[in-house]
Design a binder for this molecule. Sequence first.
Ligand code: HEM
Length: 486
Amino acid sequence: KKKTNNLPPGPMGLPILGSLNKLGAYPHRDLHQLALKYGPVMYLRLGFVPTIVVSSPKAAELFLKTHDLVFASRPRFQAEKYISWGQKNLGFAEYGSYWRNMRKMCTLELLSQTKINSFQSMRAEELDLLIKLLREAANDGAVVDLSAKVSTLSADMACRMILGKKYMDQDLDEKGFKAVMQEAMQLVATPNIGDYIPYVGALDLQGLTKRLKLVYKIFDDFFEKIINEHMESKGEDRTKDFVDVMLGFYGTEDSEYRIERSNIKAILMDMLAGSMDTSATAIEWALSELLKNRRVMKKVQMELESVVGLKRKVEESDLEKLEYLDMVIKESMRLHPVVPLLIPHQSTEDCMVGDIFIPKKSRVIVNAWAIMRDPSAWREEEKFWPERFEGSSIDVRGREFQLIPFGSGRRGCPGIQLGLTVVSQTVAQLVHCFDWKLPHDVLPEDLDMTEEFGLTMPRANHLLAIPSYRLSQERGIIREEKNKDQ
Ligand code: HEM
């Protein structure tokens, strides 16, 4: 029997387009619907690209653990020529020794526990600034755009850690730092017809390449400037940011690959992209669920009261004692995966997965969104119910395949520890310091939860809420200060 007879089941698809027409504004949902019909390992032709869609925990284990090595590469696509400095980044790099070297450098030098800890006071400082701002809003009874505030916080933390200082929006481009970054993310996530139907690639029918080149130029100039500044101020006494660390490897011959400017720029882009949007998105979804589920919000606040008390703010060292908060973050990441389809994987050789044949160079999409609400693994899968994790050993690190918000295996996220720290600490602090209510008499159950699909999937509409300060001792201090003023 010919092996190709054993391709996984899937829709026939149109000539040329294949099944591209089946993907609308919410591809994770469209793919989920198709998987309900064709099964957890499904074959689609997207244009000319053979694509395997993986949609159950068991299937994910086969692709990300049993056969992890075969599926540890990434497909090539139009956008990366511009956004990864000639494929020199980590996230999109093909499997091989270059990727292994860069990944090692990132995990050992940039994202290690020690390095993460060295920025603890910086994170506390940034979070304090936000709390201060929110206290002013609370005094005025003002509505706060939480999505915007959290996005700024996350960008500021990322910039200080990676580039050494905060950059004002205008420093990058008149459009603003976050806007340009979001544009880059969006351009990378928008399906480019040229990736699926190769002979139209050069035509740039959607104008994506033109926009990408502009974004690339902005980042390239920005990173050049930053690298120059770091080279000039070398040897100054300061906590080494990521640029400093990488410059330590600059031009060295001892490793297999010389680290040049282009490598540094590509990795900087990885780190910025990896830490800005992801954490902010995870935080806004967790807060949304807490605003929607008052019972859970109260329970988190009670835990904080008993572990931290109302006399001080939360510190990172408290986090390990906050068990219920941990369940809340897990449950929020389960229902609102930040990266719903992970980053596409690609097979490096023909492979039999069970009795199914997967050809070399197939693109593999893991539908984490569908997997994390698979009714075979989760009871009442649509319900936000953190208690489901009580007494369970399931964590978010991808050892168990029903919960894979960070992926799993060789290509799993190297920034888990950092991401979790920022997300948990921020959510904890915001609900410890403040009570929150929805504006304009919006009822919790009516809170809009529409998603905006992309490589990362934030809320479609910003989360707005009204804070009131709730820490007792500091409230007293404020009163005293006010009295003094009078
Ligand atoms: C809540 C926060 C975060 C979430 C949910 C998240 C999620 C993910 C996911 C799902 C993947 C793809 C896994 C796959 O394709 O199998 C990934 C890859 C990656 N993440 Fe994260 N991430 C987060 C934070 C971070 C941070 C803070 C950094 C670094 C500063 C980072 C850097 C990366 C990189 C470099 C990759 C590509 C790895 C590779 O291809 O070898 N991430 N992340």
